[in-house]
Design a protein around this ligand. Structure first.
Ligand SMILES: Nc1ncnc2c1ncn2[C@@H]1O[C@H](COP(=O)(O)OP(=O)(O)OP(=O)(O)O)[C@@H](O)[C@H]1O
Ligand SMILES: [Mg+2]
Length: 259
């Protein structure tokens, strides 16, 4: 892949840079990122799209040919002109409830689709938690016991469903959801626990409103969601994002509470 001189940097994170390059959105990963992860993200995009999800179309996965990123793996998607739902919430905080309702409905709609060929939620969580040696082995054992009780669902679970991954197109068409690196086939309430946890970390003022809405709109008791919070908190720790690490560790240790 060749990037043009007119590319515009949108996001820079520890392991990647995201550019708009004409009508392409290009995610360029650093050399530590295995090519298999990048192909997996593209495969996830294709599978979710085939299951009926509204996902920006994958254009290409290849290594960058020259310049500062020469040799890095990159994923090119169709660029969707619009704003993220997070940007809209930030610009118009008075309508938070309305935006959150749209957000929850979108998540529930996604979770109605079956995509059994995606990676399995239970396997992914098990692998991540087992690999996180900073969690005490006794705690990890209890988390694994809890995971043993997880039924192997086949519903599309985004795995990182937050408002910055929802794009509201300028042309007034339905929202797109991006960033499918963590999607699995699984059980919706685990995905809801994940979003609840991410909101507690990034936007705590929205977390309880989200939980209320998700519970009522999907007819899911909150207890079923709380049950998975220690497990998804452990997986979040395993990702090493480090944001509010102490809070996450407390959530993980709540596995000992009788939920
Ligand atoms: N196809 C697209 N069209 C327009 N904008 C996009 C598109 N895909 C992503 N974006 C924008 O780029 C931002 C970053 O992309 P993305 O969410 O895929 O990466 P990320 O958040 O860095 O990934 P991760 O959560 O894996 O670290 C999004 O929040 C969105 O603003
Ligand atoms: Mg994102």
């Amino acid at each position: 892949m060749i990037l043009s001189d007119g590319k515009v940097e949108l996001v820079r994170r520890h392991n990647k840079v995201v550019y708009q390059d004409g009508n392409r959105l290009v995610k360029v990963f650093n050399e530590q990122k295995p090519g298999s992860d990048v192909f997996n993200e593209a495969l996830n995009d294709a599978r979710v799209s085939e299951a009926g999800g509204r996902v920006p179309k994958v254009l290409e996965v290849s290594q960058i040919k020259d310049g500062e990123w020469e040799g890095s793996w990159a994923l090119a998607l169709k660029f969707i002109p619009g704003s993220t739902l997070e940007e809209l919430i930030q610009q118009d905080k008075s309508n938070l409830e309305e935006y959150l309702e749209m957000f929850v409905q979108l998540q529930i709609n996604i979770q109605t689709a079956d995509a059994p060929l995606l990676n399995r939620q239970k396997d992914k969580l098990r692998r991540m938690i087992n690999g996180c040696k900073t969690i005490d082995p006794t705690v990890r054992y209890d988390l694994q016991m809890r995971l043993d009780g997880l039924k192997g669902g086949t519903k599309v679970c985004h795995g990182d469903f937050v408002a910055s991954n929802v794009i509201i197109p300028d042309d007034g068409s339905s929202p797109y959801v991006c960033d499918w690196a963590h999607v699995t086939a699984g059980v919706p309430e685990v995905d809801a626990a994940q979003t609840y946890l991410l909101l507690q970390v990034k936007h705590p003022e929205r977390a309880d409103m989200y939980l209320d809405m998700y519970s009522k709109m999907s007819d899911t008791p909150k207890q079923l969601i709380f049950h998975w919070v220690p497990v998804v908190a452990a997986a979040e720790l395993a990702r090493g994002r480090q944001k509010r690490e102490k809070f996450l560790r407390n959530q993980v240790e709540s596995v000992f509470n009788d939920v």
